[in-house]
Design a protein around this ligand. Structure first.
Ligand code: CUK
Ligand code: CUA
Length: 662
């Protein structure tokens, strides 16, 4: 039996889960035109389900309020997702070749990708991306750039959000492993690449028995040139750290601007070697009850580097550990236990560290840290670094449950911490100036929401800024087990959208999004209207790397041509619906080919592909874009180039012959 659903019925459904009544009808809309209640009943949806559905559904053509940028994990890219609909809008190729974007298949994008190769030329064609970070101005996301790290090879990438494309990849010249990156300082003065597993500087060979003396970690401060849109390697510097495996870092802001805070996980200096009778890594690194929160004065470090206190190692200035320890750059504070996550509160007053093997989060006061530093008389660790006693720096500890990891914030004075072992998100109250924002006691657990399953990071709307929005939180779970149709033993990760704004009293899960490619670690959510991406490139013949009209762009099909100079053949080609000009190119085997292509389109979305079968060449030419491919015509034969985007009714006819005479 079908019933017509009125708004009153929706109100009844929603009232069933303790919600406020549904909004009343907009003038003139009357009863809903579809029998939604019957559909809900037929599908067995609860009132909570209906609430979740109406909270996330976007009618066709309606835009999302927020955009989430997620790491693509070991797939090496970035995912762009709308919130609250959780629709995947695109991927951004970063550390791995990606054919849809024509990334890494012959044109200038290949040079960007190759910019991150090993110093000896070994090609790196994947990355383990962990932490995307949006550029900031005055501690707020400004929507201009996105940075992301590659943990596997210690690399950093710069993405320009005018066209959502990767512009630069840098191989760290002295580190092979990173993790605490890519976090920015409040005005994106620096993009910070924090280290992880220690090696000798420059990953030179040294026996592991020499670990304490020869192995080091390095935190890198990449100077960002906002006008150029690139990292300026010459103005960047590193600070040498003990081989304690620094883990996650976060930049201070407001009162703590100029400082950086990183947790660490191996102050035991474990070196593994279970085969030689040593404790295995996971036991060796968890002997101590505390590791060290690293408190780093990066402004002071930059001054010391400018004053000549650093040394050039492989082309970058490195501030030695003894200088950092003695000149007030580096301090330690004990942190329980084998921690993970170090997250500064929006006002910059506190640093929250997740205990991982301790059921608490520990909250450090920046003011107390400064008082302890000013009082002096601190003992030092074996590397000479001053250690601030935990009790002198601690503001509070909050017991949350098993496996606390990462923390984000909202606009109501709540903090949210993931509990890996409990598979839950904990909401708890901040104290200090936040105490008046919520009715509960400061520094107390308020609610635990189960999530599915083994949650790692979480991210909240504008959650890393000085003014978080609240509203939405996304829990990024490692396991999905029973949440989706079985697709075999390799299961997707699960992003769960959580309502933290509209419910007043409790959090609830609104939507599950399976991520079936790569294991995302971290993500950030920005207000959609802060992004100012282009519809088409500014002018015909635009080179996205130089951000100007390319000197080899062809602005009119009548200028398309082929020129020969000895064994060099240079082609200037135009591309428009539905033909390439020229359509026949005949050259000799062994010729060196330089092929310039210009997409003459000005219509949004009128992208043409350019595939040259047999030569591993594949481009994506967005409206106005100019690209150049260079290769040697080693294979004789009859080859075809064609457009890979179904761009018009005569798309299939958009091709040409590339004849290579033996
Ligand atoms: S890490 Cu993966 S869950 Cu690399 Cu930020 Cu914590
Ligand atoms: Cu151009 Cu299909």
């Amino acid at each position: 039996m079908k019933r017509r659903l009125s708004l009153a019925l929706v109100a009844t459904l929603l009232a069933g889960c303790g919600q406020q009544a549904a909004p009343t009808a907009a003038p003139g809309t009357g009863a809903l035109p579809v029998d939604a209640a019957a559909v809900a009943a037929e599908r067995g949806l609860t009132a909570d389900d209906v609430y979740a559905a109406v909270s996330t559904y976007q009618p066709s053509g309606r835009m999302d309020d927020y955009i989430l940028f997620s790491s693509g994990g070991q797939a090496g890219q970035v995912f762009v997702i709308g919130v609250p609909s959780m629709r995947i809008l695109r991927t951004i190729a970063v550390f791995a070749p990606e054919p849809w974007q024509g990334y890494g298949f012959g044109d200038e994008t290949t040079e960007v990708l190759r910019g991150g190769d090993m110093p000896d030329g070994t090609e790196l064609n994947w990355g383990d991306t962990h932490h995307p970070n949006l550029s900031e101005t005055n501690g707020e996301y400004d929507g201009e750039f996105l940075f992301i790290n590659d943990k596997a090879n210690a690399r950093l990438a710069v993405i320009d959000l005018r066209d959502f494309e990767t512009k630069q990849i840098i191989k760290n010249p002295n580190s092979l492993s990173d993790h605490g990156g890519s976090f920015v300082t409040p005005n994106t003065e620096y993009v910070v690449e924090g280290p992880q597993y220690a090696t000798p500087i420059g990953w030179e060979y040294a026996p592991v028995e020499e670990y304490n003396d020869k192995y080091r970690d390095l935190i890198t401060f990449w100077k960002f040139d906002r006008v150029a849109g690139r990292v300026d390697e010459g103005q960047s510097f590193q600070i040498e750290l003990p081989p304690y495996w620094q883990d996650l870092c976060d930049a201070g802001k407001a009162v703590s601007d100029g400082w950086m805070f990183c947790n660490s996980i191996n102050t035991e200096l474990a070196t593994g070697g279970v085969e030689d009778g040593n404790p295995p890594f996971e036991a060796g690194t968890t002997q101590n009850d505390t590791d060290y929160l690293h408190v780093i004065n990066w402004k002071k470090a930059a001054e010391l580097v400018a004053a000549g206190k650093a040394e050039d190692i492989n082309g970058i200035q490195v501030l030695p550990l003894d200088v950092a320890a003695s000149e007030g750059v580096l301090y330690f504070v004990p942190e329980p236990k084998s921690p993970h996550g170090s997250d500064v509160t929006p006002n910059g007053a506190y640093i929250v560290v997740g205990g991982k093997l301790d059921p608490h989060v520990t909250i450090y006061s920046f003011e107390k840290i400064q008082t302890a530093i000013a009082s002096g008389g601190l003992e030092t660790d074996p590397y000479g670094v001053p250690v601030i006693p935990l009790d002198a720096a601690k503001e509070a500890q909050v017991e949350l449950g098993l496996g606390p990891l990462h923390t984000v914030y909202d606009d109501q004075g709540y903090a949210y911490t993931t509990l890996f072992l409990d598979s839950a998100v904990a909401r708890w109250t901040l104290g200090g100036e936040y105490a008046d924002k919520h009715p509960e006691e400061p520094w107390t657990l308020v609610q635990k929401l189960p999530v599915q399953y083994n949650v790692g990071h979480l991210t909240a709307a504008e959650g890393d800024t000085m003014s978080p929005d609240g509203k939405y939180l996304v829990a990024m779970s490692k396991w999905s087990i029973d949440r989706f149709n079985n697709v075999g033993p390799l299961k997707p990760q699960n992003f769960q959208l959580i309502d933290i704004g509209n419910t007043g009293e409790h959090m609830r899960v609104l939507y599950d999004l399976p991520i079936g490619i790569g294991e995302p670690h971290y993500a950030q959510i920005i207000k959609a209207d802060k992004l100012k991406a282009l519809e088409v490139y500014p002018e015909v013949g635009w080179n996205p790397d130089t951000w100007s009209v390319d000197p080899n762009a062809v602005l009119d099909a009548k200028d398309a041509r082929v020129e020969r100079n000895g064994n060099n053949v240079e082609i200037w080609m135009t591309v428009i619906r539905s033909h390439f000009t020229p359509e026949r190119i005949e050259i000799n085997q062994g010729d060196h080919v330089i092929w310039h292509l210009t997409n003459l389109e000005r219509t949004p979305d009128a992208t043409h592909g350019f595939a040259l079968g047999g030569y591993n060449i594949n481009l994506s030419l967005e409206p106005g874009e100019a690209r150049t491919v260079e290769f040697d015509a080693t294979q004789p034969g009859t080859f075809i180039y064609y457009c890979t985007e179904f761009c018009s009714a005569l798309h299939l006819e958009m091709l040409g012959y590339f004849l290579v005479k033996p």
